[in-house]
Design a protein around this ligand. Structure first.
Ligand code: COA
Length: 349
C-alpha cells in the first residue's frame, strides 16, 4: 500500500440549449441519417450567448464538490467531509480568454480561497492529463484534495458553415474530486499512460489567435479563427493511439482486457469506440457510450460519460474501469481505477 489519489466526487453540467440533428439539417447540407450512421451522435448541447466555459466549469465543479461531501458524510471512512480542496486543475482548449487561465476564476467563484489553480491544454485528452497532474501532486504531497474539471465550449470556435465539425462537437463540463488516500482503496488511481506526437499538430487546430499568426502585422486570413479537423487521419490515429495506450496501461496494471468491466473512452465517434473495442478484444457491454446525447464535448467527454454511466446504473462500485482519451496535439492518455461507492445526486441535465 502507498499514498495514492482517490476519486471521491463526480459532477457535470450541460448548457440548456439542445441542437438536434434535424435542426442542423435545416441550416446545413446534412441529415440526421448521415450524422447518426457516420458518428452515432443524435444531438448536442450549446451555450447561450454570453455563456462561457467557466460558467459550465463552476456548475460541474460545484456538483462534484457536493458529491464528495455527501460521499464522505456517508462513507464514515475517517475522511473529514469538510477537508478543503487545495488544488484546482481545469482542462480546456476554449478558455474564457487567451490570458489569464480560466481555473483561478473558477476557484474564486466556487469560494475555494487562494488555492493553486491552473489550466491544462491537451484538447480531448485534457481531462486525462489534468487527472494525472492532480494525482501526481497528491501523491507527491503537494496537495491533499483536488478538484479536476474538464470543460469546453467548442460551439464558440466552430465555423458555422462547416457541416462536419458542427455535427460532431457539443459543449459541456465534467468534474471529479480527488483526495489523498491509499493505493488499495476503491477509487485509487492505479496508473497512467500518456503520450504526444506533435508531427500531427495540424490535424486538429485553430490556426489564428496564437503567437504564430499574431506576430505578423494585420488581421488573420479569413476563416483561420475557426477550428479545423482533418477527419480521416484523426479517425485512424484515435483508434491506434487509444488502443495502444490502453494496452500498455493494462499491462502495467496487470489487468487483461476481459477483466475490465467498463472502458470509458473519449466520446468522439461511435465507430471509433467500436474500433478500439475490436482492437482490445472487448465486448459491447464493456464500452460506455453517451455521445448520442451530448456529441464530442472535448475535455468534458470522459467525466460526463462517467456521470451518465453512474446515473444509468451501468457503472457500479467495484467495477474495474479503464479511461482512455485522444485529441489534438496529437495527444493521448489512459488511466485505471476500481470504481468507488459515490453519492452523486441527480445529474444536472
Ligand atoms: N453531413 C453529410 N455529409 C458529410 C458531413 C455531414 N455532417 N460531414 C462530412 N460529410 C461528407 C464529406 O464531405 C464527404 O463527402 P465527399 O465524399 O463528397 O467529399 C463524405 O461525407 C465522406 O467524408 P469522410 O470524411 O470520408 O467521412 P467519414 O466517414 O470519415 O466521417 C468524420 C467523417 C469526421 C465523422 C470521421 O472522419 C471522424 O469521426 N473523424 C474523427 C473525428 C474526431 O473524432 N475528432 C475529434 C478527435 S479528438
Amino acid at each position: 500500500m502507498s499514498r495514492a489519489a482517490v476519486l471521491c466526487g463526480l459532477g457535470g453540467s450541460l448548457p440548456e440549449r439542445i441542437v438536434s440533428n434535424e435542426e442542423l439539417a435545416e441550416q446545413l447540407d446534412t441529415s440526421d441519417r448521415w450524422i447518426r450512421t457516420r458518428t452515432g451522435i443524435g444531438q448536442r448541447h450549446v451555450v447561450a450567448p454570453g455563456q462561457s466555459t467557466s460558467d459550465l466549469a463552476v456548475a460541474a465543479g460545484a456538483q462534484a464538490l457536493a458529491s464528495a461531501r455527501a460521499t464522505a458524510g456517508r462513507a464514515d471512512d475517517g475522511v473529514d467531509p469538510v477537508d478543503p480542496v487545495d488544488l484546482v486543475v481545469l482542462a480546456t482548449s476554449t478558455p474564457d480568454r487567451p490570458c489569464p487561465a480560466t481555473a483561478p476564476d473558477v476557484a474564486h467563484r466556487l469560494g475555494l480561497g487562494h488555492v493553486p489553480s491552473f489550466d491544462v491544454s491537451a484538447v480531448c485528452t485534457g481531462f486525462v492529463y489534468a487527472l494525472a497532474t492532480a494525482a501526481s501532486m497528491i501523491t507527491a504531497g503537494i496537495a491533499g484534495r483536488a478538484l479536476v474539471i474538464g470543460a469546453d465550449t467548442f460551439s464558440t470556435i466552430l465555423d458555422p458553415a462547416d457541416r462536419t465539425t458542427r455535427a460532431i462537437f457539443g459543449d459541456g463540463a465534467g468534474a471529479v474530486v480527488l483526495r489523498a488516500g491509499d493505493s488499495g482503496e476503491p477509487g485509487a488511481l492505479l496508473g497512467f499512460d500518456l503520450g504526444s506526437d506533435g508531427s500531427g499538430a495540424d490535424l486538429i487546430t485553430v490556426r489564428a489567435g496564437g503567437s504564430r499568426q499574431r506576430s505578423v502585422p494585420g488581421p488573420a486570413a479569413e476563416g483561420e479563427e475557426f477550428f479545423t479537423m482533418d477527419g480521416r487521419p484523426v479517425f485512424t490515429r484515435a483508434v491506434l493511439d487509444m488502443s495502444r495506450s490502453s494496452q500498455s496501461l493494462l499491462e502495467r496494471v496487470g489487468w487483461s482486457a476481459a477483466e475490465v468491466d467498463k472502458v470509458v473512452a473519449h466520446q468522439a465517434n461511435i465507430r471509433i469506440l467500436n474500433a478500439v473495442g475490436e482492437q482490445l478484444g472487448l465486448e459491447e457491454k464493456q464500452i460506455v457510450a453517451n455521445l448520442d446525447r451530448v456529441g464530442n464535448t472535448v475535455a468534458a467527454s470522459i467525466p460526463l460519460a462517467l456521470r451518465d454511466a453512474v446515473a444509468g446504473g451501468e457503472l457500479q462500485p467495484g467495477h474495474r474501469v479503464l479511461l482512455t482519451g485522444f485529441g489534438g496535439g496529437l495527444t493521448w492518455g489512459s488511466a485505471a481505477l476500481v470504481w468507488p461507492e459515490l453519492e452523486t445526486g441527480r445529474p444536472h441535465r
